[in-house]
Design a binder for this molecule. Structure first.
Ligand SMILES: [Zn+2]
Length: 241
C-alpha cells in the first residue's frame, strides 16, 4: 500500500513571521497540498509574542479554510509551565499534563469559545509540545466536539481513550514506509533550506498528500505501534536526557 502523507503546520497565531506563512501558502497552493494548521486560540507564549502582530490573522485562517485547509485547536495559550510529560512524554514540559481536570476544562472551553467566535468549530486537537494527559482527553470530550488528536507514534490512525489518534512521526519530509505519515513543520522558524527541502519532496510526492482525515477509526494500537512508540520515546530520552 502506498504511503499517504499529511502536512501539519504548527503555531499559527496572532504573533508570527507572516512572510513565512505567506510563502508556505504559495508553495502549498502550487502543489494543491492542503495541510492541517494548528491554531493557538489565545497566544500568550513569550516565544511568540516577540513576532509582529498579524492584524489579519483570523481572516487569514478563514482564507485557509476556503482553500480546503483543516484547522486544529493548538492548546489554549501555548504557555507551558508544567514539568510533566503526560501520557506520551515526548517533552517534560506541558501546557496541560498534570493540570487538574476542572482547570483543563476551563482552558479547553475558553479555547473552543474563542475559535467559535471567529467562525471556526475545531474538530481536531494538537497539544503544544506534544504533551497532554488523560484529563486533557476528558476535558476535550466534555467541553468540545473534538474526537481526533494529531499526535503520538504509530503506523496509521488508531482509537484509544475514546479518541482517534492520527500519528505524527516526523518533523521534516522524508520517505517513511508507513501507511499514514504526518510531517510537522513550524513555519515561524523555517529557514530557506527547509522550504527548499520541502519543495523538492513535494515535487516528487505531492500526489500522495491527503487532507487531514477526520473520520473515526476502530483500529486499536498494534503491538508494532506500541513497540515503535516505546523505541521513539527511549531514543528521545537518550538524546535529550
Ligand atoms: Zn506549538
Amino acid at each position: 500500500m502506498a504511503t499517504q502523507y499529511i502536512l501539519r503546520l504548527d503555531d499559527a497565531c496572532e504573533h508570527s513571521r507572516i512572510e513565512n506563512w505567506i510563502r508556505m501558502e504559495q508553495l502549498l497552493s502550487s502543489y494543491k497540498v492542503r495541510p492541517l494548521v494548528a491554531v493557538i486560540p489565545k497566544c500568550a507564549d513569550p516565544d511568540f509574542l516577540s513576532y509582529e502582530i498579524d492584524h489579519d490573522f483570523w481572516d487569514r485562517v478563514g482564507n485557509w479554510i476556503e482553500q480546503g485547509w483543516s484547522i486544529a485547536m493548538h492548546g489554549y495559550t501555548h504557555e507551558h509551565p508544567q514539568k510533566d510529560g503526560g501520557i506520551s512524554p515526548v517533552n517534560k514540559r506541558s501546557e496541560f499534563a498534570s493540570v487538574p481536570l476542572e482547570k483543563q476544562r476551563e482552558m479547553i472551553a475558553d479555547g473552543v469559545a474563542i475559535m467559535r467566535s471567529k467562525g471556526i468549530d475545531p474538530q481536531v486537537f494538537v497539544a503544544p509540545l506534544h504533551t497532554f494527559d488523560v484529563n486533557t482527553i476528558e476535558a476535550l470530550k466534555l467541553e468540545s466536539t473534538i474526537r481526533v488528536i494529531s499526535d503520538t507514534i504509530a503506523t496509521k490512525p488508531y482509537q484509544r481513550y475514546g479518541m482517534t489518534f492520527v500519528p505524527q512521526q516526523s518533523g521534516s519530509v522524508r520517505a517513511i514506509p508507513f501507511p499514514v505519515v504526518t510531517f510537522c513543520y513550524h513555519p515561524n522558524i523555517m529557514e530557506e533550506r527547509d522550504f527548499e527541502r520541502l519543495e523538492r519532496f513535494l515535487e516528487k510526492h505531492y500526489l500522495s498528500f491527503i487532507s487531514f482525515p477526520l473520520e473515526q477509526t476502530t483500529r486499536k494500537r498494534s503491538l508494532f505501534d506500541t513497540l515503535l512508540s516505546g523505541l521513539y520515546l527511549a531514543r528521545r530520552r537518550l538524546l535529550f536526557g
